[in-house]
Design a protein around this ligand. Structure first.
Ligand code: FUB
Length: 370
C-alpha cells in the first residue's frame, strides 16, 4: 500500500511538473507509466545526472567530430516572460557549445559560440540548434524568429566545431519553423529535417507559403497529421538544394498517422540516425511528451512507426539526439532536475541506448534507476 501511494505521488509530481510551467498552456493527458516507488522526489531514481550544472541547457544535439563528442544545446534563461501557447517564455539569447573526450568524462564549456546580437536578421528566441561538418568547415543551424516574429532557420559558419560561429546575413532561403537537424549520409549528402507545430508555427505553412495563423495544428484530427520536412542541403551547406518535402510517418498498418493521434503524431524535435543500414527518424510527440521513432529505407522516408525511445521526462518538453561513439549508442536528452521542474529551465543529460536483436530501440525510462 505504501509503495502504491509513493508511486502515485511520483506520477502526480511528474504530471504536475509536465503540466505546470509547460511550453503551452493546455494540460497534458499523458503521464509517465511506470515510475519507481521512492521518496516523492521524481528525480531520486534518475538514470543520469545533469551534464552542465552552472547554467541551464536543453535540446542537446550531439555529434562526434575529430574523435570527441560535441554538444550543441539551447541555453535556457530566466527571461521572466509569462508562459503562453507560443512558448514566449523560451526566450533564449545565445548558444554555448560543450565537448567531452568520453562519456562520463569532463564536460568543457567553450563559451558563447553565437549571440543573437550578432545575427543581422534576428528578432527573438534562439531555439534548438544542430551542427554539421563539411569540407573543413562547421555549420551551426538555428531556429530564430525574424523581425516579423516568424520562425526561420539560420546558419552560421566556423573553422572549429566549438565556434565561435559567424551568422550568414539572411536566414536559409525557403526555411520556416523550428528544430533543424542535419544528417550526413555515407555518400556525403546532407539533409535537413525540421519543423514543429504549435509555437513552432509549422501549421502556418503550406508548400513553402505562409497560409494561416493557426496557433496549434491543422485542427483536422481525422486527416494526416502535419509532417516534418526534409530538404537536401547544397554542397556549400548554406542553402536548400531542393524544395522541402514531407517526411511521411506511417502507422504499423501502413496508414499515414492522423492529426488526432497525439501519442504518435509528430510535434517537434526531429532527429535522423542510421543503424545497420536502416534510417531511424525520431521526434517528440509534444503534448504527450514522448520521444518516438519510425524507420525506413531512405533518408526521405516514408518511415514506419516503431515505438517509444524515451518516456516523458519531468518538464513539458522532450527533445533528444542519438549518436554512436566508440561502438556504443547514446541518447542525449534533457529534463528539469536542476530547476526542480521548471519547464523553461532545463538541463542536458546522456544515457546509453540499446537495440534488441531485431534493431528495435529498447525504451528508456529516465527515472528507473535500478
Ligand atoms: O527549446 C525551445 C523549444 O522547446 C525547442 O525548439 C523545442 O524542441 C522544445 O524543446
Amino acid at each position: 500500500m505504501e509503495k502504491n501511494l509513493s508511486s502515485l505521488a511520483i506520477t502526480f509530481l511528474l504530471t504536475l511538473a509536465a503540466c505546470s510551467g509547460q511550453q503551452f498552456s493546455e494540460a497534458s493527458s499523458q503521464s509517465s507509466s511506470s515510475k519507481p516507488a521512492d521518496t516523492g522526489n521524481p528525480f531520486a531514481n534518475s538514470i543520469s545526472q545533469p551534464l552542465v550544472k552552472n547554467m541551464y541547457t536543453a535540446d542537446p544535439s550531439a555529434h562526434v567530430f575529430n574523435g570527441k563528442i560535441f554538444i550543441y544545446p539551447s541555453h535556457d534563461i530566466e527571461a521572466n516572460i509569462a508562459e503562453n501557447d507560443n512558448g514566449d517564455h523560451f526566450n533564449m539569447k545565445d548558444y554555448h557549445i560543450f565537448s567531452m573526450d568520453k562519456i562520463g568524462g569532463k564536460v568543457t564549456d567553450h563559451g558563447v559560440a553565437l549571440d543573437v546580437k550578432s545575427i543581422p536578421w534576428a528578432g527573438r528566441q534562439l531555439w534548438a540548434p544542430d551542427a554539421a561538418y563539411k569540407n573543413g568547415k562547421y555549420y551551426l543551424y538555428f531556429p530564430l524568429k525574424d523581425k516579423q516574429d516568424v520562425f526561420r532557420i539560420g546558419v552560421a559558419v566556423s573553422d572549429k566545431p566549438q565556434g565561435p560561429f559567424t551568422a550568414q546575413p539572411e536566414p536559409i532561403k525557403g526555411s520556416y519553423s523550428i528544430d533543424p537537424a542535419v544528417f550526413t549520409d555515407t555518400d556525403g549528402s546532407s539533409y535537413m529535417y525540421f519543423g514543429g507545430i504549435w509555437g513552432g508555427q509549422l501549421q502556418q505553412w503550406q508548400n513553402g507559403k505562409h497560409t494561416n495563423s493557426s496557433k496549434t495544428d491543422l485542427n483536422k484530427d481525422d486527416e494526416p497529421a502535419l509532417a516534418p520536412k526534409v530538404a537536401r542541403l547544397s554542397n556549400n551547406m548554406l542553402a536548400f538544394a531542393e524544395q522541402p518535402k514531407d517526411v511521411v510517418i506511417l502507422d504499423e498498418a501502413g496508414q499515414v498517422i492522423k492529426g488526432g493521434d497525439h501519442d504518435k503524431r509528430f510535434f517537434e524535435a526531429s532527429w535522423l540516425h542510421k543503424y545497420n543500414g536502416k534510417y531511424y527518424f525520431s521526434y517528440s510527440t509534444g503534448d504527450t511528451h514522448k520521444i518516438c521513432y519510425a524507420t525506413g529505407t531512405s533518408p526521405y522516408g516514408p518511415f514506419t512507426y516503431q515505438g517509444v525511445v524515451l518516456e516523458p521526462v519531468v518538464g513539458w518538453t522532450n527533445h533528444h539526439s542519438i549518436i554512436e561513439f566508440e561502438g556504443k549508442w547514446y541518447l542525449f536528452y534533457h529534463d528539469t532536475q536542476l530547476s526542480n521542474g521548471k519547464t523553461h529551465l532545463r538541463n542536458i543529460k546522456v544515457t546509453e541506448l540499446k537495440y534488441d536483436s531485431d534493431g528495435k530501440i529498447i525504451t528508456i525510462d529516465a527515472y528507473a534507476k535500478k
